[in-house]
Design a protein around this ligand. Structure first.
Ligand code: UGA
Length: 448
């Protein structure tokens, strides 16, 4: 379990009463982890069904290590769940906003939930409170939250607004909370700064103090940079395909340069999830509103789209006609260790194959239920309970998510089960030469 033993031995400077608004990925992880740091936490969500399930210790999504943390902290009394926002606010000194900020058609973030919570905070402001944005929000949102609270508050009670962007990754969220590379706090007062420093006192990590606008911008800049890094290596993978070179060796050699770093240089079918696509679009929108055309990031988006299209083209080039071909898809989630299908490149690829008239058999270790909400079972699309029954009589086996367990597959068995032994590796997971030795046809993304 990730929860660091060392932290538990540390003396806590102060135990805060915290209300986390929103029991989504960011909110629920933050609530459970703050509770583990010995703060008294109530996690509030307007979705009554979700709250009832959480009270019964049932989690609304899969996230490694989260369930035991939730159970443990409910038992200790540090963590509770409620749908009564007003009460949660009144009971707490610090309120973290972790509500959804979904993208709109123009790329801008829908901030209506943030504004709604700000109004409810204002109505329940009965003593000093620190209101902290944790959701990813456009620069200047903190100022708007402050204005909204001023507008709706009934008494002359003091409050602060701060920004504390979250950098956790799905699938590694609990680890990332306890071992972050940095904590960013955007504040306007020493009081707010000290509270946030206190809350995180037991985590040994650099804590960067900025103004609110800067903290908000750091989050969009960080996610956009990481997305750019992925699109950069994906472009290189395209050039490697054209030149007959190997992107894996290119990224290995590039990554050893400390100034570049080896993380996020894995070429493949492109980034997905609820963050990068949304945040890149939002940053383009924010920049435009401020008077700057962020063409760099527009190209990052274009390249990302090209990758899954290129993958489909490569499979077509190999199989010639896709109509009535049987294709097995292993891996559906946007990345391993999550059941999240939001903006997963697998969705676009599957739709393209269906449009070409292929028959598909899908398997994912965790995202099967989420995938069933997107794709209905039909004569052309079926789900399989295990990888081996998925590949039976197939003309092509596509790997679209690099789940660890796929490395343990028995490829000799797979070869016997398939109609035609062709592997299309969308995540460059495998050693092409090793598979070719087993007499598979093998293609990756920009690799030999
Ligand atoms: C991302 C950031 O990494 C977090 O720091 C941030 O807090 C989070 O967004 C957020 O804003 O909430 P996440 O979306 O969970 O986290 O996933 P990542 O691990 O960053 O992966 C994103 C996508 O990039 C995945 O589809 C992954 O397959 C792809 N990727 C990643 C690549 O294609 N190549 C790589 O080298 C790395």
């Amino acid at each position: 379990m990730t929860s660091p033993k060392k932290l538990k031995k540390k003396k806590y400077t102060k135990r805060y009463s915290i209300c986390v608004v929103g029991a989504g990925h960011v909110g629920l992880v933050a609530a459970a982890c703050f509770a583990e740091l010995n703060h008294k936490v109530v996690c509030v969500d307007s979705d009554e069904h979700r709250i009832q399930s959480l009270k019964k210790k049932k989690l609304p999504f899969y996230e490694p290590e989260l369930e035991p943390l939730v159970k443990k902290n409910i038992k200790s009394g540090n963590l509770s769940f409620s749908s009564a926002l007003g009460e949660g606010i009144k009971k707490s000194e610090v309120i973290f906003l972790a509500v959804g900020t979904p993208p709109q058609v123009d790329g801008s973030a829908d901030l209506s939930s943030v504004e709604n919570v700000a109004r409810i905070v204002a109505r329940n402001l009965d003593s000093y409170k620190l209101i902290v944005e944790k959701s990813t929000v456009p620069v200047k949102t903190g100022r708007k939250v402050k204005e909204a609270i001023h507008r709706y508050k009934k008494s002359n009670v003091d409050f602060d607004v701060a920004s504390n962007p979250e950098f956790l990754r799905e699938g590694k969220a609990v680890y990332d909370f306890f071992y972050p590379d940095r904590i960013v706090v955007g504040v306007e007062s020493k009081r707010a700064e000290n509270i946030l420093k206190d809350i995180y006192a037991s985590l040994k990590t650099p804590l960067i103090v900025t103004d609110i606008n800067t903290a908000e911008l750091i989050k969009h800049a960080s996610n956009s940079f990481l997305a750019t890094k992925i699109s950069f290596i994906n472009v290189v993978s395209h050039i490697c395909d054209l030149a007959g070179a190997d992107v894996e060796k290119v990224s290995l050699a590039m990554g050893l340069d400390k100034r570049i770093g080896k993380e996020f240089l894995q070429a493949g079918i492109g980034y997905g999830g609820s963050c990068f696509p949304k945040d890149v679009a939002a940053f383009i929108y924010i920049a435009k509103k401020l008077g700057y055309e962020l063409n760099l990031l527009k190209e990052v988006e274009n390249i990302n789209k090209e990758q899954w299209i290129r993958f489909v083209e490569k499979v077509k080039e190999h199989l010639w006609i896709l109509r009535d071909k049987k294709i097995a898809i292993l891996g559906l989630s946007f990345k391993p260790d999550t059941d999240d299908m939001r903006c997963a490149p697998s969705v676009n690829i599957i739709e393209s194959f269906i449009n070409e008239g292929a028959h598909l058999i899908l398997f994912d270790p965790q995202a099967q239920n989420q995938a069933k909400k997107i794709f209905k079972t039909s004569s052309k699309l079926k789900f399989s309970q295990d990888p081996y029954s998925a590949v039976k009589d197939c003309d092509c086996l596509c790997f679209l998510t690099e789940w660890d367990q796929f490395h343990k597959l028995d490829f000799k068995k797979i070869k016997k089960l398939m109609h035609y032994p062709f592997i299309a590796d969308g995540r460059n997971m495998f050693d092409g030469d090793a598979l070719r030795k087993l007499e598979f046809d093998y293609i990756g993304m920009g690799k030999l």
